[in-house]
Design a protein around this ligand. Structure first.
Ligand SMILES: Cc1ncc(COP(=O)(O)O)c(C=O)c1O
Length: 388
């Protein structure tokens, strides 16, 4: 008998990167010197202030259920952080902690998207947004930004609007392009939302990782009047190298947060109590750690870009996150899946094909790895391009 799966389950696309990732694993297992640049996580250890806080919490036996939306101490730490960093005031009822930003984004789609609703998504974009919208039976309408230096423009967004559009997801600094949206772009996005009655999910999970003279702003610093339509997403994964602890959070209107809380109460209850305490430790004590790692990422980015200059692969120098988005369109292998398969087989370099981000013709290379790997990887990439 064949088990009947739901239409929902059947509609979920497996990740476009799986084939390349599986090949990378296979090659590695057979002893090939594979260098992987596919990681979406920092390679540093979590800060000591976080692990100390977790150990202390375990010793105090903080090992029981907590409030679904998080312990008051974590909400206080997040509120103080948003006040200090962005000058924004959030009450505890406007904050919810979750098992990673990914989980709270999923819950938000369930709260904000009805079947048939459309959500605008500047692309290249992180694939989970699209799948999460689809699971809520909505439709992601991607708006390509490749021709405008990966920065969305008003015309593109307005062309994509329809009477079914309910919201827009903004991710800056951006995964996978590294673009950081400036004041004018944020003002334009706020204006489009205001005029068309859209909510905004503002995913700023990479906000601590910006380089050169770029500055990250929360969209409410630019447009305080749209506070009732913005839900900010953040977490400890990227800034504090705490991907495995699984703590992300949302800040937004209390009516929305209350509904997310209801869904989370049935889905998962609270995020891990120990991880919540670790996050309090990180947010309250991690500033020196964050700055040290940020400047290390900037240094690695510069090494990578210096080494790859002249290859024709470099689009704009990314000013945030920890990814270089390589433009393959001028190479002899402009098909990104093919390029990634070949460079893996021939030079043992694992990249993520742009197709995974709705950006065929590109590939994402993470520089969240050691300087030696970056140097060796860049030199293999150069050899590969020469060999074509
Ligand atoms: C743009 C973006 N948002 C959210 C997340 C989710 O982060 P986490 O679930 O680890 O908090 C990621 C992780 O890769 C991401 O790249």
């Amino acid at each position: 008998m064949e088990l009947k799966l739901s239409k929902r389950a059947r509609s979920i696309e497996p990740s476009a990167t799986l084939a390349v990732a599986a090949l990378a694993r296979e090659l590695k297992a057979s002893g090939r010197p594979v260098l992987s640049f596919s990681a979406g996580e920092p390679d540093f250890a979590s800060p000591k202030c976080a692990t100390d806080a977790a150990i202390a919490a375990m010793e105090r036996e903080e090992t029981h259920y907590t409030a679904t939306s998080g312990i008051p101490e974590l909400k206080r730490a997040i509120a103080a952080y948003y006040k200090n960093r962005f000058g924004l005031d959030y009450a505890p009822a406007e904050i919810l902690a979750s098992g990673g930003a990914k989980q709270v984004l999923y819950e938000l789609m369930q709260v904000l998207v009805d079947p048939g609703d459309e959500v605008l998504l500047p692309s290249p974009a992180w694939v989970s947004y699209v799948e999460q919208i689809q699971i809520a039976q909505g439709k992601a309408v991607t708006v390509d930004t490749a021709s405008t230096d990966f920065i969305p423009c008003r015309e593109g967004l307005e062309r994509a609007l329809s009477p079914k559009t309910v919201g827009i997801i903004i991710n800056s600094p951006n995964n996978p392009t590294g673009a950081v949206y400036g004041q004018n772009t944020l003002e334009m996005l706020a204006d489009v939302a205001r005029k068309n009655d859209l909510w905004i999910i503002y995913d700023e999970i990479y906000e601590r990782l910006v380089y050169d003279r770029s500055r990250h702003s929360n969209i409410l610093q630019t447009a305080p009047d749209i506070r009732d339509r913005v839900i900010a997403i953040n977490g400890v994964s990227k800034a504090y190298s705490m991907t495995g602890w699984r703590i992300g959070y949302a800040l937004g209107p209390k009516e929305v947060i209350a509904k997310v809380d209801d869904i989370q109460s049935h889905l998962a209850s609270n995020p891990s109590s120990i991880a919540q305490w670790a996050s309090v430790g990180a947010i309250e004590g991690g500033e020196p750690y964050v700055e040290k790692n940020r400047s290390e990422f900037e240094r690695r980015r510069d090494i990578l870009f210096d080494m790859l200059s002249g290859t024709g692969l470099l689009a704009k120098r990314p000013s945030g996150a920890f990814y270089a988005f390589l433009d393959l369109r001028g190479t002899r292998v402009p098909d990104d899946m093919e390029f990634c398969r070949r460079i893996l087989e021939e030079k043992y370099v694992a990249l993520v094909p742009g197709a995974a981000f709705f950006a065929p013709g590109f590939a994402r290379m993470s520089y969240a790895c050691s300087e030696n790997d970056i140097k060796e990887g860049a030199s293999r990439i150069k050899d590969f391009i020469k060999s074509l």
